[in-house]
Ligand binder design. Structure first.
Ligand SMILES: C[S@@+](CC[C@H](N)C(=O)[O-])C[C@H]1O[C@@H](n2cnc3c(N)ncnc32)[C@H](O)[C@@H]1O
Length: 132
């Protein structure tokens, strides 16, 4: 096994991957659309892409009863959204939401997406999809 450090938006492995997994790191990308495209292009045909992201609706007004929303928006403002905006990025932020996630995955060329809740982790959604 080897480890390499690189900008995920410029990922170009020598050999394509069977699986790409991203833990809570799409929402603070400078260019999430490019990063998701590179991840899809880095997969073998039929390869699996999995990402873990906060489970919440996109719109603030749909999160008024969400007990995690104050924490999520605070973290986002203090770090995730801000680091992206500081580099002229998309600034999705931690609360970018499930609908936006599905839209970006579709625009990146992924196929059907399954969204699951992991046991004992109700605050996050696990998105699984693949390279067609
Ligand atoms: C919210 S943290 C999540 C860290 C870890 N994956 C976890 O789940 O605890 C987001 C991570 O994405 C990394 N990141 C953001 N943009 C990146 C990029 N373009 N290429 C590689 N890593 C990036 C940041 O450095 C940060 O470590």
């Amino acid at each position: 096994m080897t480890f390499e450090q690189c900008d995920a938006a410029e990922l170009q492995p020598e050999e394509p991957f069977d699986v790409v997994v991203v833990f809570n790191a799409v929402h603070d990308q400078v260019d999430p659309a490019a990063m998701l495209r590179r991840a899809r292009e880095a997969l073998v045909p039929g390869g699996l892409f999995v990402m873990n992201e906060p489970r919440m609706p996109d719109a603030l007004e749909d999160n008024l009863d969400n007990p995690m929303a104050p924490f999520t928006y605070s973290v986002s403002t203090l770090h995730c959204m801000t680091v992206s905006l500081a580099h002229g990025g998309a600034g999705l932020g931690t609360g970018w939401g499930e609908q936006a996630a599905l839209r970006l995955l579709d625009e990146a060329g992924f196929g059907d997406v399954t969204v699951e809740t992991v046991p004992r982790d109700p605050g996050n959604a696990l998105f699984a999809t693949g390279a067609p």
